[in-house]
Design a protein. Structure first.
Length: 287
């Protein structure tokens, strides 16, 4: 969850048996459905997708700056859907670009869909978990994280840490109720991404801890270089977050070896140095 706090702060500066992986597969509307809405809401940014009962879709993607500026992208077209896969067929796009100045003019671009820089994700696996339905795309995208990621990578990180289902990452979701009470069926996830999901929380222990001090502009910042006892063979991945049971301390993996991993951990509370001692146990999430 912590990595998404960092993500939010960064935004403020910029204003079936097996899943169907064949993108050429022809889909048909298997039944007439009521309008479905999938969405994501973040800090000054969001996604909305309406699947209308007449076979049309309306997609909106927006981001706004805290001090002005931003854009709102709207894409329309047709869609095809079955029980586990959704394909969007865009036809038109409308882009509104807002000025940084209070009295500036909003620029409007309306054109046929196809401009590379304005393209959207068009193929999604439909993953159901409890009372929620997720649209997850294998397409990679840049600009929303330091690392190149897709929806399955983000979803697995949130699933493993316990951030999902109470909160969601930047992918489309339709939630009917507030609670999820059924385990996630990993058969819905394409095989190439299943290994990212932990069946149970991963527990690690600090085996080496080195305290460091960094002086910058008169300020003293304390941090620790940590080595933990789990690595690639235990499904530890770069960027994975571990925390103490009470949630007072955490760290994010920045380097992974076969049998061990490393992290640079910061002391945010100035009184919790004990959490970085050798032998301290951390987990991806605590039940």
């Amino acid at each position: 969850m912590i990595k998404y706090i960092i993500f939010i702060l960064s935004i403020s500066f910029f204003g079936c048996s097996d899943i169907k992986n064949d993108s050429a597969k022809i889909l048909i509307n298997t039944e007439q459905i009521d309008t479905l809405k999938y969405s994501y809401s973040g800090f000054n940014n969001g996604l909305n997708l309406n699947l209308l009962s007449n076979g049309n879709f309306e997609y909106q993607e927006f981001v706004y700056g805290c001090t002005g500026g931003g854009e709102n992208k709207k894409v329309t077209g047709k869609y095809k859907i079955d029980s586990s896969f959704l394909k969007l067929i865009p036809s038109k796009i409308k882009l509104l670009t807002y000025p940084m100045e209070f009295d500036g003019e909003t620029e409007t671009l309306e054109t046929k869909y196809g401009i590379d820089s304005l393209k959207i994700k068009t193929e999604f696996n439909i993953v159901k978990w409890g009372n929620s339905s997720y649209l997850l795309s294998e397409q990679f995208d840049l600009g929303w994280s330091i690392e190149e990621k897709n929806d399955f990578i983000r979803f697995s990180e949130n699933f493993n840490s316990g951030y999902e289902p109470s909160n969601s990452g930047r992918y489309l979701k339709n939630q009917q109720k507030d609670s999820l009470n059924k385990p996630l069926d990993l058969k819905q996830i394409p095989r190439k991404w299943r290994e990212l999901f932990l069946i149970s929380p991963l527990s690690v222990k600090i085996v080496k801890s080195t305290k460091k001090n960094r002086f910058s502009e008169g300020e003293n910042q304390t941090y620790w270089i940590l080595e933990i006892d789990k690595g690639k063979k235990d499904k530890v991945t770069k960027g994975m977050t571990f925390q103490t049971e009470n949630g007072d301390a955490f760290f994010e993996i920045d380097s992974v070896r076969q049998n061990k991993s490393f992290s640079k951990a910061y002391n945010y509370n100035y009184s919790d140095e004990k959490y970085f001692n050798i032998g301290t146990v951390y987990q991806t999430k605590w039940k």
